[in-house]
Design a protein around this ligand. Structure first.
Ligand SMILES: [Zn+2]
Ligand SMILES: [Zn+2]
Length: 443
């Protein structure tokens, strides 16, 4: 009788192998051809922002969950519904994958004593952030943000500088300045905001019949966010809602006027948008968005504002700050639509080898060529000359080098012009000089 041995593997829970090979819901791989765009964006950011004296700073991807509860506000969608949290095994610490950059940057500013540095401290960051949102087309649960912050100073000049740097960055990426629109608003300070919120709440309470259930909820938890509502039902009520600009205290009004004056003097046009409040609790005074105007609907590329109380709220000194975040995936999609052509560098030379002795030499020659700064590719796993020539064509090499058994014995190598098909045999040790000469002629 055939006995079935009990395989220990059979006791393990069954794993659906197909599902094992899928990214988690709402996440995606960035493939090489796509990463070119991310890299282009980062390189352009680096060039633009470092020229404006911003310096790169990267907080960890994981922070204490409380940093966001306190910093972003526990009544916001981000914290309430969208944060990825975990408990560490040994310490039982509650951590969160960063849903945005600013709270982490402020923590880093305080923890590293940056308030003692010359102010403002101008920083930028680039990396993934995580939000457990409902997956939809073009929206991912892990996405990239470029972030710019200016910490430690309340001057309206810094609001204007952030807006300017953000706009120049987008233009340097290839966006036309005519198609970019800046909308701007002020949402006041601790002094004037409660007065506005009272007026807003009173107004909405008179229109309860005409607003959606979300707005009714917001009216109790976070009335300012009511202006964010995109529901068509609330449109009419929203349009006639009190305007924050009529409620600003003298300091806030002056600040806002100064920001606009500087933008005017820089020739930066903007649209005042009284419904712009942004989704995060920490904003004060200036809030803004940069959109790409489009017939099919405007596309927000960046959003930001002042957050004058956040440093203090997170346990630091009273240090005002201002910043902006860019949605990288959206910009990448736009760059593709613009047909921005990006390519990896192509090898100029392809090395073909036939036989064991040639293969051995080929390894050494490849590194020699690379050390001489000649970009070269090869297929050392192949022996067939035809397929190697095909590959040389495919990668777009200008020259191929052919090293066969006979050439190794004679101390020679064949150099072949891939365009004309002409070839000559030259001494092996002259190959670098010859290639350099040929490449110079082609360039
Ligand atoms: Zn105020
Ligand atoms: Zn609504």
């Amino acid at each position: 009788m055939l006995m079935r041995s009990k395989n220990t593997q059979n006791n393990l829970p069954r794993v659906n192998k197909r599902r094992l090979l899928q990214t988690p819901r709402g996440m995606k791989d960035i493939l090489p051809e796509d990463f070119l765009y991310y890299d282009y964006l980062l390189q352009t950011a680096k060039k633009t922002l470092e020229f404006y004296n911003f310096r790169r700073c990267e907080p960890p991807i994981l922070e204490k969950a409380d940093l966001y509860n306190k910093g972003i506000g526990s009544n916001t969608d981000i914290v309430e519904k969208e944060m990825y949290t975990l408990k560490t095994k040994e310490e039982g610490e509650f951590l969160a994958l960063r849903p945005e950059y600013t709270a982490g940057i402020v923590r880093a500013y305080v923890e590293n004593g940056m308030f003692n540095w010359p102010q403002p401290v101008k920083l930028y960051s680039f990396g993934p952030v995580f939000r457990h949102e409902k997956p939809q087309a073009g929206r991912y649960r892990q996405f990239y943000q470029l972030n710019i912050e200016s910490l430690g100073d309340s001057s309206p000049a810094l609001d204007a500088e952030i807006i300017l740097a953000a706009k120049v960055f987008l233009e340097n990426l290839g966006f036309n300045h005519n198609e970019l629109e800046i909308s701007i608003n002020s949402i006041g300070c601790h002094k004037c905001r409660p007065i506005y919120i009272r007026a807003l709440t009173k107004y909405y309470q008179q229109h309860l019949k005409d607003i959606c259930t979300d707005c009714k909820k917001r009216l109790k938890t976070n009335p300012l966010r009511i202006l964010d509502c995109k529901n068509a039902k609330c449109k009419n009520v929203k349009e006639k809602a009190p305007n924050f600009l009529d409620f600003l205290c003298d300091d806030c009004r002056n600040h806002f006027k100064n920001v606009l004056d500087i933008l005017d003097s820089l020739g930066i046009s903007y649209v005042l948008d009284k419904t712009l409040v942004r989704g995060l609790d920490y904003y004060t005074r200036t809030v803004f968005e940069i959109k790409k105007k489009d017939k099919a609907g405007d596309l927000a590329l960046a959003g930001g504002g002042r957050y004058d109380y956040l440093v203090k709220l997170l346990g630091g000194l009273d240090r005002p700050a201002v910043g902006v975040a860019f949605g990288v995936e959206r910009i990448v999609d736009e760059l593709k639509l613009m047909k921005k052509k990006l390519e990896y560098p192509k090898p100029k030379v392809f090395l073909i080898q036939i036989g064991d002795a040639a293969k051995k030499q080929a390894f050494i020659l490849l590194e020699k060529l690379r050390k001489a700064n000649i970009s070269v590719e090869s297929n050392l796993e192949k022996d067939n000359i035809k397929s190697q020539i095909k590959n040389a064509d495919r990668v777009g090499a200008l020259y191929s080098l052919i090293l066969g058994q006979q050439e190794v014995l004679d101390g020679m190598i064949i150099i072949k012009d891939m365009v004309s098909g002409l070839q000559e045999t030259i001494p092996f040790d002259r190959i670098i000089d010859e290639l350099k000469k040929h490449l110079k002629e082609t360039i």
